[in-house]
Design a binder for this molecule. Structure first.
Ligand SMILES: *Cc1c(COP(=O)(O)O)cnc(C)c1O
Length: 861
């Protein structure tokens, strides 16, 4: 009998990537050895696995360099309209495997490492995640960069190079404990510092009316922080395009605190450099929550000020630019700036300030016209606690000139509204950029709407809610401004990189089909709608078996990972029921938890009754200051302790809290999932993107009609998802009638039993009051109406268990889901942004590989 293949050997066999060219393998090994020697300064006797990772990373990076330089040269020569994606977060995860896949060298690297006796998967695991994001919003920015490069757009991501990304989560005694994410400790082989492009950013100061620039001039303060750019290459999928993500790092000027009057304390002045450099120290770990800290406002302005200087410089130095004075008339035709939420909103008054104060020749209202035609704004949430409203008092001190510009814009804006709605004070109050009730604040969403030519939501249902509710006044005023751009995910990372087994059988389809008409070529990688051809195979027994086999292999591999890393054993034939995302009340991890307790009670009530085994896996980080979210984690881990150690339960039910959920862990758990939990209260999850990743990787979804779940059901057919619970209209009706949790508690004995157990300390006998804050919330002030969906959820989960007993029916449904994922590629999303918002076209000219010259005909188009 043949010995089973190792993961590494399986990877070498993947058909899609073809047989590696031996010449290339040889060259790669040479490059690897050269880097081990000259870059890492090691030989193979003393090299550590980390040295090997870095040697491989540098070797792969070498393949990027030529393409990177040439792409930028191409943009300079051809001077297409540039797209700037401004975001406080880029949740990139790891880079090595993604780069190998996009460059088409994975197969060569696999073979080279194999020949060197190294396990490439082990090396990949050494790479730190670039965790410069909190959750969906940051990951969206990362997926968009991949798609923009793949579609050949002249695009740039601009953000902050946080020295510490999202914290590492440890679970100690069932509680979340945060650890600093020192991701740069060993160096980052994917970035290139560009100190020659360092730019100054000014804070504080005061506004002064000068004659020359009357009435707008302002003096700049002496409070300067330098912004040092670090560039990361963003390769498109096998198209020789390499775009740039430029992240800014804060540096104190060398004369920091030694300039005006040398007070003589040189040592203290050097120590105080930290104050300036703290700006890029750490990512704020809030997801969907506004915390009005001064340092955060500094971060927001820091990225904006540095980026806009860079954009203006690039605009002025294009090849076609005429020498002498720059005309900015064409600025909106050459520059599109997308604001990822309101976080970079200060870019709007900053561009105004540049036009009016710095460039000086543009009148305020021409500048306003150019500004509005340049910006577009993406809204990511309707939760009121997430909307940024900066106190005027803070802006007055930190950015006085910007505040003045905001007042100026507001005046014009309110004049227009007053003329349209005479004597309607309510309208003025509701639509003002400045909120006057309580502490005076600037409403950043209002600023973005007024300062942009396009405003979009991130799924149909969410875009409708912002149009008809949250920003209703604004959309009544300018309906054509409001759009929808349903989110997407990149199929490269979320299929090609993370699920080679599934990719392989999609390619097997191609092989099996030589004699049949429908063929799935490799086109699905850049045209995900091609996957709909899989529908032809839903009755193909062999294909269904392959689908089930790949899932089983992924489940086993994940189970082995859990056992290796956490010493937990799970039942690989159970339903892997996975709920991973940031911990938030609106995402309703509590609803899942109540279901777990219900299942536990059901088993205990009748241990002999048939039961479909489940492993419930919940993971996600709680913002460190979010008390309720941390209590939810503690409740889940406490329930897990009881359930997992009850001999009556055996391996019918297991509960795992997955520590430190992040991009690289998502890539492991999602392909191993049977059931994806997407159970937010209808109307609260703007889109969700986790939902799409699971669908693409052959999980079925249990979910509410919220966010992009609605469109997933539309694409796959509602009968192919487990949809349950209140719709948005039901939630609103309940709000009007008044939601009374107690009604459900008294009406539903199963719910009553579960709640009574939590309240009585069943899951924490040593401290029975432990969860009072949670139960109080659920009973008295639950904004997200957990109890109202309890019964429907339980019932729906029973349908899940039942279907899982029929593997053929289950896998048919899986195939129908995978086949329906085409819409959820971020390539589709970006194509729509390009066409409807940015006014650019995906380029169909392919930049030639570095071995061929860049010719003029590559430049026209
Ligand atoms: C995709 C992703 C998210 C977003 O998940 P949602 O379920 O849409 O909230 C959060 N974190 C990580 C690490 C992700 O990859």
């Amino acid at each position: 009998m043949a010995t089973p293949l190792t993961d590494q050997e399986k990877r070498r066999q993947i058909s899609l990537r073809g047989i590696p060219d031996l010449e290339n393998v040889h060259e790669l090994i040479k490059g690897f050895n050269r880097h081990l020697h000259f870059t890492l300064v090691k030989d193979r006797n003393i090299a550590t696995p980390r040295d090997y990772y870095f040697a491989l990373a540098h070797t792969v990076r070498d393949h990027l360099v030529g393409r990177w330089i040439r792409t930028q040269q191409f943009y300079y020569e051809a001077d297409p309209k540039r797209v700037y994606y401004l975001s406080l977060e880029f949740y990139m995860g790891r880079t090595l495997q993604n780069t190998m896949v996009n460059l088409g060298v994975q197969n060569t690297c696999d073979e080279a490492m194999y020949q060197l006796g190294l396990d490439i998967e082990e090396l990949e695991e050494i790479e730190e995640d670039a965790g410069l994001g909190n959750g969906g919003l940051g990951r969206l920015a990362a997926c968009f960069l991949d798609s923009m490069a793949t579609l050949g757009l002249a695009a740039y991501g601009y953000g902050i190079r946080y020295e510490y990304g999202i914290f590492n989560q440890k679970i100690r005694n069932g509680w979340q404990v945060e650890e600093a994410d020192d991701w740069l400790r060993h160096g980052n082989p994917w970035e290139k510092a560009r100190p020659e492009y360092m730019l100054p950013v000014h804070f504080y100061g005061r506004v002064e009316e000068t004659k020359r620039r009357a009435p707008n001039g302002s003096t700049r303060s002496n409070n300067v922080v330098l912004a040092m750019p670090y560039d990361t290459p963003i390769p498109g999928y096998q198209n020789n395009t390499v775009n740039t993500m430029r992240l800014w790092s804060a540096r104190a000027p060398n004369d920091f605190n030694l300039r005006d009057f040398n007070i003589g304390d040189y040592i203290q002045a050097v120590l105080d450099r930290n104050l300036a450099e703290n700006i890029s120290r750490v990512l704020y770990p809030n997801d969907n929550f506004f915390e009005g800290k001064e340092l955060r406002l500094k971060q927001e302005y820091f990225v904006v000020a540095a980026t806009l200087q860079d954009i203006i410089r690039r605009f002025k130095t294009t090849k076609k630019g005429t020498p002498g004075r720059t005309s900015f008339d064409s600025f909106p035709d050459k520059v599109a700036i997308q604001l990822n939420d309101t976080h970079p909103a200060m870019a709007i008054p900053e561009l105004m300030r540049i036009f009016v104060d710095i460039e000086n020749s543009i009148g305020t209202w021409s500048a306003w016209d150019l500004t509005r035609r340049t910006f577009a704004y993406t809204n990511h949430t309707v939760l009121p606690e997430a909307l940024e409203r900066w106190p005027v008092k803070l802006l007055e001190v930190l950015l006085p000139r910007h505040l003045q510009i905001i007042y100026q814009i507001n005046q014009k804006h309110l004049d227009k509204i007053a003329s349209l709605f005479p004597d309607d004070m309510d309208k003025l109050r509701q639509m003002s950029l400045i909120e006057e009730d309580g502490e005076k604040r600037v409403n950043m969403a209002h600023l973005c709407i007024v300062g942009s030519h396009a405003v979009n939501g991130v799924a149909e249902i969410h875009s409708n809610i912002i149009k008809t509710q949250v920003f209703r006044n604004f959309s009544d005023l300018e309906p054509e401004k409001f759009q929808n751009k349903t989110n997407g995910i990149t199929p490269r990372r979320w299929l090609l990189v993370c699920n080679t087994g599934l990719v392989d059988i999609i390619a097997e389809v191609r092989k099996a089909l030589i004699t049949e008409p429908a063929v799935i070529g490799e086109d699905f990688i850049t045209d995900l709608s091609e996957l709909k051809k899989l529908n032809d195979f839903v009755n193909d027994k062999h294909f269904l078996q392959s689908i089930m086999k790949v899932k089983q292999e992924n489940k086993l591999k994940f189970a082995q990972y859990l056992e290796r890393e956490y010493r937990v054993k799970i039942n690989p034939s159970s339903i892997f029921d996975v709920h991973v995302k940031r911990i938030h009340e609106y995402k309703r991890q509590l609803l899942n938890c109540l279901h777990i307790i219900y299942l536990y009670n059901k088993i205990r009530m009748n241990p002999a009754a048939p039961f479909t085994p489940r492993t419930v896996i919940i993971g996600g980080k709680a913002a460190p200051g979010y008390h309720m979210a941390k209590m939810i984690i503690k409740l889940i881990t406490s329930v897990a302790d009881v359930v997992n150690n009850d001999p009556i339960v055996g391996d019918k039910l297991k509960v795992i809290f997955l520590e430190n959920y992040r991009v690289s862990l998502a890539e492991k758990v999602i392909p191993a999932t049977d059931l994806s939990e997407q159970i937010s209260t209808a109307g609260t999850e703007a889109s969700g993107t986790g939902n799409m990743k699971f669908m693409l990787n052959g999980a079925l979804t249990i979910g509410t009609m919220d966010g992009a779940n609605v469109e997933m059901a539309e694409e796959a057919g509602e009968e192919n998802m487990f949809i349950f619970g209140m719709r948005v209209e039901d939630v609103q009706k309940l709000d009007e009638e008044g939601y009374d949790a107690m009604e459900y508690y008294e009406k539903l004995p199963k719910l009553k039993q579960v709640m009574d157990q939590i309240t009585s300390g069943f899951f924490n006998p040593k401290n029975p009051q432990q969860f009072d804050d949670v139960t109080n919330m659920l009973f008295k002030y639950d904004r997200f109406k957990v109890f109202a969906d309890f019964e429907a959820y339980i019932e729906c989960q029973e349908r899940v268990s039942k279907l899982f007993q029929d593997p053929v029916a289950w896998s048919k449904m899986v195939v129908r889901n995978i086949a329906a994922t085409g819409k959820f590629s971020s390539d589709r999303t970006i194509t729509e942004y390009a066409r409807d918002i940015w006014g650019v076209e995906p380029s169909n000219i392919k930049i030639p590989p570095p071995s061929e010259p860049l010719r003029v005909d590559h430049l026209t188009g």
